[in-house]
Design a protein around this ligand. Structure first.
Ligand code: NAD
Length: 420
């Protein structure tokens, strides 16, 4: 089937490979697949910024609106020196699958600016954020495409962008962007949403397979927003967090870390080894014999160099794309269960959806309501994947998640009359 797909410079190669993997397990027509192997719309543009020196620099920027079948585009904007078109396409495709999987009424999108924000002053960063919004504003909207934070962008950047959009429109439109500061219509619970969503997914999976979070041993790669929050939550739920890491070091404690003490000792998000834990390498962390391994840092951390040494039987992908495609096949052969990123880390987009709903209705939720809605919807999502898996008689959660997402997107395309 995949061989019949025509060569086309707009095709997303990585997406085509991912679709090829699921085509082996189900039948989609080439017409259906053509709707998904390339983005609906790509905006390639430049962002001029007046630097502190007075010189104007232009930065390359991208916004990919991958699918609009189920609703407006949704996805983050990253500021990173390695941002390029193919990566943005791939990330936008994953957003489309993620939104469909957790059943929020969005398509998928992603954006980025090729820039090293660490080399910018605060003023330059603000002017970049505002200039980005001035250039992209004709192509986005509350019912068109809703950006959000991603790598190196945060609530402050979203605040500048929503303000710039208000200046252009002559009115405040909070639903144009999510991940905003609370004072500008952000949602309570957004900061910890991704980690809490992943914890709900893990707990549901373990319960359905006759296990519990309580007493499980866990190793976590990455101690940033997602890694530190999921460490705290799972520790509160009785798990034993035996290893943690950041980009500088990995720490091991056979007895399990006192996570509140570790969080208190962390210096601006960096792990501190005042606890006297054993220092190990990042590869040693990845290959520890634990009940649950949680990659929560960057992509491709499970790869040909370490995949054959993996000893855990369960991986919860909190980072985006932490396992290379080739390694994924090896994990399947080794019967290691992978709870895929599009399911495990969807709590972030879920609460972004709640933020958009709150902005549309002007009815702002308590944090208790955010947590309770998040739990209901994440548990429903993992249950629907696991139900499908059991019905099929096998359980590759990634393939089953992709299948469910693609079916939902195709169903919406068909309902719109875009298929014969
Ligand atoms: P973050 O920048 O807050 O934290 C990243 C952490 O990873 C830091 O502790 C950093 O030191 C560590 N790290 C970086 N390189 C490493 C390496 N080589 N080895 C070990 N640790 C390393 O980022 P975050 O928001 O926590 O996001 C983490 C991952 O989760 C990313 O893949 C991101 O795309 C994904 N994600 C985040 C959200 C969200 O809401 N924040 C939502 C969905 C997916």
């Amino acid at each position: 089937m995949i061989d019949q797909i025509h060569e086309d410079k707009n095709v997303c190669i990585d997406c085509q490979t991912r679709l090829g993997n699921i085509l082996q397990t189900d039948n989609f027509t080439s017409e259906e697949i053509h709707l998904l192997d390339k983005p609906k719309r790509m905006i390639i543009f430049t962002v001029p910024v007046k630097m502190d020196s007075g010189e104007v620099k232009t930065f390359n920027a991208y916004r990919v609106q991958y699918s609009d079948a189920r609703g407006p585009g949704k996805g983050g904007v990253r500021f990173h020196p390695e941002v390029e078109e193919e990566e943005v396409k791939n990330l936008a495709f994953l957003m489309a699958l993620k939104c469909a999987l957790v059943d929020v009424p969005f398509g998928g999108a992603k954006g980025g600016v090729e820039v090293d924000p660490k080399k910018l002053s605060k003023g330059e960063l603000e002017r970049l954020s505002r200039s980005f919004m001035r250039e992209i504003h004709p192509f986005i909207g509350e019912q068109v495409d809703i950006p959000a934070p991603d790598v190196n962008t945060n609530a402050e950047v979203m605040g500048w962008m929503v303000d710039e959009y208000a200046k252009i429109q002559g009115k405040f439109v909070p639903g144009i962007i999510t991940g905003k500061p609370l004072s500008l219509g952000g949602s309570k619970g957004r900061t910890e949403a991704t980690a809490l969503g992943g914890a709900y997914v893990l707990r549901t999976y373990l319960e359905r397979t006759g296990k519990t979070v309580e007493g499980s041993t866990v190793a976590i790669q990455g101690f940033g927003n997602v890694g530190a929050h999921i460490a705290r939550i799972l520790h509160e739920w009785g798990a034993k967090i035996v290893a943690v890491s950041d980009s500088k070091q990995a720490l091991y404690n056979e007895e399990g870390f006192d996570i509140p003490a570790l969080l208190a000792a962390a210096d601006s998000g960096r792990l501190s080894n005042d606890t006297g834990a054993e220092v190990i390498s990042n590869d040693e962390l990845i290959t520890l014999e634990v009940d649950v391994l949680i990659p929560a840092a960057i992509s491709h951390q499970i790869n040909k160099h370490n995949v054959n040494d993996i000893k855990t039987k369960l991986i919860l992908e909190m980072a985006n794309d932490p396992v290379t495609t080739a390694s994924d096949a090896i994990l399947e052969e080794k019967q290691i269960t992978v709870i895929p990123d599009i399911l495990a880390n969807a709590g972030g987009v879920m609460v972004s959806y709640f933020e958009w709903v709150q902005n549309s209705s002007n009815d702002y939720w308590t944090v208790e309501k955010v947590y309770s809605e998040l739990e209901t919807r994440m548990v429903a999502a993992v249950n629907s994947v696991m139900d499908d898996c059991e019905a099929e008689g096998y359980c590759n959660l990634r393939k089953q998640s992709y299948l469910l997402s693609v079916k939902r997107i195709i169903e919406a395309e068909r309902a719109r009359g875009r298929l014969s």
